[in-house]
Each structure stands twice: as structure tokens, then as C-alpha cells.
Design a protein around this ligand. Structure first.
Ligand SMILES: N[C@@H](CCC(=O)N[C@@H](CS)C(=O)NCC(=O)O)C(=O)O
Length: 215
């Protein structure tokens, strides 16, 4: 399998974590968002939205959208399941996932931030205020929903951790004050003790190692 990824993409980071948790053999193909490689005809032929990630299976089949990719991987590789068998628990985890995937991440994405600065001409402080505002609102709700356990929901990482950890990475990168979110930070710190999460970190990606590609 091949994952088209960008080291700082939180959506790609989710998939990197899942591939590692499930120990699926794969390679990573960096797509540099700053160089607009995601808008190249070559990449658009794979992912017509021009967003990362995109998964290419060993048969050359292409899949867009991290949620669809994660669901495919969880069906194909049922060990280290990302959702529990209990329907209510699974739905509860899915609701946390949706809060991140549908309500926090989309309004903080690169193209939204670029639209704010390039088209609406907001300055960098206002852009930062926008970013922090939507993260804090989202995390306030998430904080009330997480269990006081090692990971988001229990003693095994689940899909909730797969989504949460990249979102916390982004929040820390934009210097969001995380003091009010102890349960979120607890899951973040515990996940980051695990090899699957460590290997998936942005700073451990090959494209992060190339100084010329850094922001
Ligand atoms: N819902 C999509 C979101 C993908 C997405 O927004 N990816 C970002 C990086 S995290 C991207 O490619 N951004 C490029 C841009 O905004 O131009 C998914 O989960 O795969």
C-alpha cells in the first residue's frame, strides 16, 4: 500500500497512525502542500479534490478521504480494531471522531486559512484568533466526553485517539492554551508513548527531514 501524505497534514497523520497500529506494510509518498503538489494534474488524477491523504492499494485502487481509508483498513485488517463491538460505545467514539472531522478540522484547514489571508485579507493575528477559536470551542465539548482513562475511551487506543492526537498536535503548533483540557492532554501524552503514534508524528516523516520543504 502507498499513502500519499504531507507530514503536517492531520488527516494524513490519522491514517499513518492506523497503518502503524495495525502494522500494515506500506510506503509513504510525500505530497508537498506548500509547493502545491496536491494541485498537480498527476495528484488530481488520484484525488480529485486535491487534498491529502490518498491511499493506493497494492492493486492500484485509489481511495480519498481519511475516514473512508480508515474504515477500509479497519475492515480489511480486523486485528487492533479501531472501534469496539458494542454498538453504543462504537457510536460514542464515532461522535467524537465526527466532532473533529466535521466540525473542527474543516474550518482550520490550509485552504480556509489561505482564503482568510489571501482573499479576505485578514492579518496573521486574526488568522490565529480564528484558528484558536474553533479549536477551543471544539475541545471544550470533547473534554466533557472523554473518559478519565489511559486513552480517550479505555485502556486501548481507538479511532477517537487516531483523530484526536493529530488535532492536538495542530493546536500545540498554533500555541493553543491546553491547560483547560486535562483529559485530552492525558490521552495525547499516553498515545505518544506508543511506537505507532511516535512513528506517525510529523517530525518523524521523511518530508519533515528535508529543511527545504519546511514552512
Ligand atoms: N476530509 C478530508 C480532509 C483532507 C484535508 O483537508 N487535507 C488537508 C491537509 S490536513 C489538505 O490536503 N489541505 C490542502 C489545502 O487545504 O489546500 C479527509 O479527511 O481526508
Amino acid at each position: 500500500m502507498r499513502l500519499y501524505s504531507y507530514y503536517r497534514s492531520s488527516a494524513a497523520y490519522r491514517v499513518r497512525i492506523a497503518l502503524n497500529l495495525k502494522q500494515i506494510e506500506h510506503s509513504i509518498e510525500p505530497v508537498n502542500l506548500l509547493k502545491k503538489e496536491h494541485k498537480s494534474p498527476n495528484y488530481l488524477a488520484k484525488q480529485p479534490q486535491g487534498l491529502v491523504p490518498c491511499l493506493e492499494t497494492d492493486k492500484g485502487q485509489l481511495l480519498a478521504q481519511s475516514g473512508a481509508i480508515l474504515s477500509y483498513l479497519d475492515s480489511l485488517y480486523p486485528h487492533a480494531k479501531l472501534l469496539p463491538a458494542d454498538p453504543f460505545q462504537a457510536a460514542k467514539i464515532q461522535s467524537v471522531v465526527d466532532m473533529i472531522a466535521c466540525d473542527i478540522h474543516p474550518v482550520c484547514n490550509l485552504r480556509i486559512l489561505n482564503y482568510l489571508t489571501d482573499i479576505l485579507t485578514v492579518d496573521s493575528e486574526q488568522k490565529l484568533a480564528w484558528y484558536r477559536h474553533w479549536i477551543v470551542i471544539g475541545f471544550e465539548a470533547l473534554e466533557t466526553l472523554l473518559n478519565k482513562t489511559q486513552y480517550c475511551f479505555g485502556e486501548q487506543p481507538t479511532l477517537a485517539d487516531v483523530y484526536l492526537i493529530p488535532q492536538v498536535f495542530n493546536a500545540l503548533r498554533f500555541e493553543v492554551d491546553m491547560a483547560s483540557f486535562p483529559k485530552i492532554m492525558n490521552a495525547y501524552q499516553n498515545c505518544n508513548q506508543l511506537d505507532a503514534f511516535i512513528d506517525a508524528k510529523p517530525e518523524n516523516q521523511v518530508d519533515a527531514m528535508q529543511p527545504a520543504l519546511k514552512t
